[in-house]
Design a protein around this ligand. Sequence first.
Ligand code: PFF
Length: 454
Amino acid sequence: MNISDRQSIHGQWSSRWTFILAATGAAVGLGNIWKFPYLTGQNGGSAFVLIYVVCVATLGIPLMMAEILLGRRGRSTPIRTMQILAEETNTTQWWQIIGWSGTLAGMLILSYYSVIGGWTLAYIFKSAAGTFSGASGQLATDTFSIFIGSGTTLFFWHTAFMFLTMGVVAGGVQGGLEKAVQILMPTLFILLLLMVGYSMTTGFFGKGLTFLFTPDFSKISGTSMLSAMGQAFFSLSLGMGTIMIYGSYVPKDTSIASTSIIIALADTVVALLAGMAIFPIVFATNLEPGSGPGLIFQTLPVAFGNMTGGLAFGSLFFILLLVAAWTSSISLIEPLVTWLIENFGLTRIKAAIYSGVVTWLLGLGTVWSFNWWAGLTFFGLTFFDLLDFVTSNLMLPLGGILIALFAGWLMKAENTKAELRITNHTTYVIWRNLVRYIAPVAVFIVLLNAVGIL
Ligand code: PFF
């Protein structure tokens, strides 16, 4: 049988739209609503946004195409897919490193993702209890400081979120959650629009927009470029095999190019909307834009506390954010769980328990990096900052380079062309040059620049 005619033993999406929804569900998460705004704030605003959007367009979309392409051709888990494709292209099995590093990155990311997922969970209850009614910026900031100052409280919520994630992973993803997401994600989108609407009434909307969209190139530095690129990989879930697994279920005749563009566009729009909702409130309440990971938890409650129906909207917003985080967290651990099942013959439940326990333990480092261990730094970074830096800014971009090199240089052009189903020759040539030259060179330059070599 022709290799491109095979199907994954794990199944196939029923249509192109199911795939788009599922991949968007995995891509849209805390990265868009929690991380994008605070990184933007820390890196001076508009210039960061601009580099981010350029990275999504020139690296994100071509690399997403490459990753889906490898997945659809390999039709297996990332490690096994790379093994199959290395055989097909007669190259060394070392390329499996893409699968290994991605599997490890997923676990490392989930360890801290779960901690922030826990914050979201806690904020559902705080909002519903009316903690924020009539809240000033000061009250929201104080509430947050007290909250993260308690190692025991964060321990509890991290544990709760991990239970939620592993519960679904153990039971299988299909069915309930996937169906629910089809309603909940559009609702999240509408609520974000509503928040932007609220921000328009703060009197600082213009200032927020200027901060986000009027580029100030003096603010660009090697590290801010690296953060913007890392965030593009993180937000689109690239460079770690998740998209490869999702790609392995893609029907044969789906256009990979247009699908990737839709996913990247949806992901970016959500991030930008989050920024537009948050920064006017930041300025209205005199909060510091660079105040870090607590940014949305210090700003959005002010909006909810002061708008009509805020109690309901606030609780609903954090519920939806929780769901968005949940769909992403499941995809983060899927490579490890499937690998344990394949290699050790474990049941899905056992594999979920083992991966869950290890990831949860690792997450404790992040939990306490916000309080008891806040003074403990490595190269000037807390445990959380270090994990985030190593995964988003190093492992994902490096994984991305390897994927680009493999798809661009090792696979035969006729195979990639057939797999991508691009009929227009010029479009194909553009893609091929992007993955062969531009993506690897650009990522490499940004990496060298950030460590001060270039
Ligand atoms: N893209 C997710 C977000 O923006 O929240 C995070 C993520 C999920 C990263 C899955 C990587 C991944 F494989």
